[in-house]
Design a binder for this molecule. Sequence first.
Ligand code: ADP
Ligand code: G3P
Length: 496
Amino acid sequence: MTHILAIDQGTTSSRAVIFDAGLHPVAVAQEEFPQHYPFSGWVEHDASDLWVTVAGVARAAVEKAGLHAGDIAAIGITNQRETTLLWDRRTGQPLHRAIVWQDRRTAGLCDRLRAEGHEPMIAARTGLLLDPYFSGSKLKWLLDNIDGARARARRGELAFGTVDSWLIWNLTGGRVHATDATNAARTLLYNIAENRWDAEICALFDIPMPLLPEVRDCAADFGMARADLFGREIPILGVAGDQQAATVGQACFQPGMMKSTYGTGCFALLNTGEEMVASKNRLLSTIAYRLEGRTTYALEGSIFIAGAVVQWLRDGLGLIRSAAETQGLAEAADPGQELVLVPAFTGLGAPYWRPDCRGAVFGLTRNSGPAELARAALESVGFQTRDLWEAMRADWPGAAAGVLRVDGGMAASGWTMQFLADILGAPVDRPRVTETTALGAGYLAGLQAGLCPPPGDFARDWALERRFEPAMAEGERETRYGRWKQAVKATMGVAG
Ligand SMILES: Nc1ncnc2c1ncn2[C@@H]1O[C@H](COP(=O)(O)OP(=O)(O)O)[C@@H](O)[C@H]1O
Ligand SMILES: O=P(O)(O)OC[C@H](O)CO
C-alpha cells in the first residue's frame, strides 16, 4: 500500500488527487457541479451532487493512476468550509440543499444577535464574528424553516454536518458521524479555547446538541470507506478544512509563518502557535490544525472575491476569454491612469465585514478600457491582501517578519504575485507544488497511516518554485495603498 487518495471538495468542483508515498501527485480527476441561487444572496448546493461527484472523481483518480484499492493506504479529506448540511440519520437523506458559505440569508438574524450584545461572548469562545458566513446561523435557519426538524433533532433523529462530515457519513455508509477540529472551528458553535461544542451558544441558536458530530484530530481514524465503493475498504485517516489543509500543505508549522490561497476568494492564515490570539482588527482566530490532541491556532483573513474578479472580467464583461489573458492586459495598461476597483460583489469580508457593500470603480476616464480595468482587478487582490497583512501585524507582533507563501489557481498569475510583493513590501514565495490543499489532506492521512514523516521533515521537503521580491519604491507603495483605503471608505459610505 503505497499511495494516498486526497479528496478536495471545493465550492465549484470536486477533485481527487493520488499521491505516492513521497507526496508527489500522480493522478488528478475533477468534476464541476451546479450552483443554485434561489434568491438574491442565497447560494445552495445539492447535497447529493457533492457526494456523487466526490465518489466519481475518487474512483476516476485511482483508475487514472493505474492503481487498485489495494494500493491506497489511506484517504484524506479536505473541503469547502462552513457549508451546512442536515440529514436523516436513518435514511441518510438530506432534509434540504446544502447552504453554502457564501449564502447571506441569515444576515438579519446575525444583526439582531449582534444588537442584543452577544458578539463579544461568541468571539471570545469561537474566535469568529456574528456573520452569516459561518454555519451556526445557517443551521438555525434550517431548523426554523423545515417543518418538524427541531423536534426531530431533539429526538436524535437528524445529523448536522459540514461537507467533511457529509462525505465521511457517505463514505462509511452511515457508520461514522464525525468532523475534525478545523471544520468544527468554523461552525460558530465550537469553543476553540476549550475544544468542545459550546452548550450556551447552541442554546442561543436553539440548536439541539444531539445533532452535532464527534470532533477528532486532523490526523485520526475517521472510519472505513465502504468496500463496494473501491473494491475493498480503505481507512479515512486525515481531515481538514481546505484553508487549513493548505496551511499544512504549505508547511506553515512554525509560529509567524503565513500562507495565502488565491482561488475564488482569498484566505490568509498566520500560524500563531499554541496561542489563541484574539484579534483587535476583525480578523478571525481559528484552529490551524490539531495533532495528537495539541491545538495550533491561526489568525485568518477571509476575502470573498479574488479569482472571482477575473471570472467577472471573463463571464460578466466578456473582456477576456481566459484568465491568463489578464497578464498581457495589465502589462499593456496605461501607467498614467489610476483606476481602483473595489470588488465588493458579495459585500466585504475581513477586516471590514460589510455584507451590505457592493463593488465600485474609481478614477474612470474617457480613455479607460479593458487593459486598465484588468490591471485594477488584479491589483484589487494585492490591496485586499495588504489589508489583511496590516491587520495581522497590528494584532500579533510575531507576524512582523513575514514572507508570504502563496497558492491556489490565481497564484499562477506572475503579474499579480509581483504586484502583491510590491504592495506588501515583502517577499512572496510560490512553491513548486501548488496543489497545496490536496497535499495537506494527503499528508495528514499519510501521517496517520505511518507513510509520511513528522511535520519537521515534511517542512524540509517544501520546495520554492519562484520568489517575488518587492520592487516598488516605498513612497509609491504607500501612496497607492492610501488611495485604495480611500476607495474602500467611499464604497462603504455609499452602502450606508
Ligand atoms: N493565470 C491566471 N491569472 C489570473 N487569475 C487566474 C489565473 N488562473 C486562474 N485564475 C483564477 O483562479 C481561480 C481558480 O482557482 P482555484 O484555486 O481553482 O479556485 P477554487 O478552488 O476556488 O475553485 C479562478 O477564479 C480564476 O479566475
Ligand atoms: O472551495 P474554496 O476553495 O472556494 O474555499 C472555500 C472556503 O473554505 C470558504 O471558507
